[in-house]
Design a protein around this ligand. Structure first.
Ligand SMILES: *Cc1c(COP(=O)(O)O)cnc(C)c1O
Length: 394
């Protein structure tokens, strides 16, 4: 099933002229390439045998009892490399091969997308260059080691705040200079059109499986709620895709309030953001009155992004999706809670989705699917440090 995605007043491709031919090549070819039976077969086989799909849909008993509803966890944390990001990088590397590209570039903040990209480049034997802020390289050393282990070259971005947006600028510069040979794998449902649409299609396998698995378990073909955390928006977009036009399904996003929405240390983009252009698309972003990006903050590196994918901006503005923000503290409590109640240590990003479950007005016997976007192994140092600094008795 292929749906048309709506972006309303958001989206578009606001790019320098020198990128036009690259983006246009992808735009004119991606839908045909994805629809090819040989592409579908290769994509689906890799998702099954390499990623380990379908990921289970797990009825979380303790959570369900607490909320008096049926809370299901979609276990993207069990995927190879530990999160949903691999679904997209597999799709894009297969596309890159069909476009005849020999070289892959990517940007990464926390390093998760860098690892997922380095993984598929090793799998396909393609050259891989990952741009990463110099500050992030120090903060995320274990993921830098993983990328190097997989054969990727990690290039530090030394400009500006030396974080994700600077790495993105470096990646775009590289792409302009190597347009013929290179594909740029963007890691979320952001960037110039068609990236948000394309990434959503590669992640759509998540909601396709949810639909089948829920039917099999309960006889119901749709949940009452789908809940997902949102950074750029790829895991949420994938979990929503097959339910976008089904008004029986309430779509709920959880963004990062950081230290609190009004503290000046937040990444609650849809709440604090205004309309503007970031990384080639029109969307909601945190910006000053003269359009300079405001540095976002979240303890969770994967949600620490100043914009939100354009499809989500539209879903929120049109009232189709609702959004709640969880603070660092609320997310950390949700991490500890899930670890203790279900024996699952979630990624800190994911915990934001769990943290807002008590605010969405669940009714008895509702069927709720929470997209468990990733596992918490990468965050263990953050968790232990937080527990120690806050004197939490476990
Ligand atoms: C990167 C990441 C996110 C945020 O990215 P989206 O594109 O918004 O999904 C969420 N959860 C995990 C585990 C991640 O690694």
């Amino acid at each position: 099933m292929s749906l048309t995605l709506a972006f309303g007043e958001f989206g578009g491709a606001y790019i320098p002229e020198m990128l036009y031919s690259n983006v246009e090549e992808i735009r004119t070819r991606y839908l045909d390439i994805i629809a090819e039976p040989a592409f579908q077969e290769e994509f689906n086989n890799l998702l099954r045998d390499y990623v380990g799909r379908p990921s289970p849909l797990y009825l979380a008993k303790t959570l369900s009892e607490r909320y008096g509803a049926n809370i299901y966890l979609k276990r993207e944390d069990l995927n190879h490399t530990g999160a949903h990001k691999i679904n997209n990088t597999i799709g894009q590397i297969l596309l890159a091969k069909r476009l005849g590209k020999k070289r892959i570039i990517a940007e990464t903040g926390a390093g998760q997308h860098g690892v997922a990209t380095a993984t598929v480049c090793a799998l396909m034997n393609l050259e891989c260059i990952v741009y990463m802020g110099a500050v992030d390289i120090v903060r995320q050393a274990p993921n830098v080691a993983r990328m190097q282990m997989l054969g990727a070259k990690v290039v530090p971005a030394e400009s500006g705040s030396k974080t994700l947006k600077d790495a993105t600028n470096e990646a775009i510069r590289d792409w302009i200079n190597n347009a013929e040979t290179t594909h740029y794998i963007i890691g979320s449902a952001i960037g110039p059109h068609p990236y948000p649409d394309m990434v959503t299609r590669f992640q759509a396998v998540v909601s396709e499986e949810i639909q089948l698995q829920l039917q099999e378990k309960t006889g119901k073909d749709h949940p009452d709620y789908v809940v997902a955390c949102v950074g750029g928006g790829s895991n949420a977009a994938g979990a929503f895709y097959h339910f976008l036009h089904d008004e029986r399904v309430k779509l709920v996003l959880a963004e990062a309030a950081g230290k609190g929405i009004d503290t000046g240390h937040s990444a609650a983009t849809s709440i604090l953001g205004t309309k503007g252009i970031i990384h080639g698309c029109m969307t909601l972003l945190m910006q000053t009155a003269d359009g300079q990006i405001i540095e976002p903050y979240s303890l969770s590196a994967g949600l620490d992004y100043p914009g939100i994918g354009p499809m989500h901006a539209h879903l929120i503005k049109s009232g189709r999706a609702t959004v709640h923000a969880a603070t660092d503290d609320e997310a950390m409590m949700a991490v500890i809670d899930l670890s203790r109640s279900e024996g699952i240590i979630p990624a800190l990003e994911t915990a934001h989705a769990l943290a807002i479950l008590d605010r969405i007005g669940l009714k008895k016997d509702d069927h709720v699917v929470v997209n468990l976007s990733g596992r918490g192994d990468k965050d263990l140092n953050t968790y232990l440090k937080y527990i120690e600094e806050n004197n939490i008795k476990l």
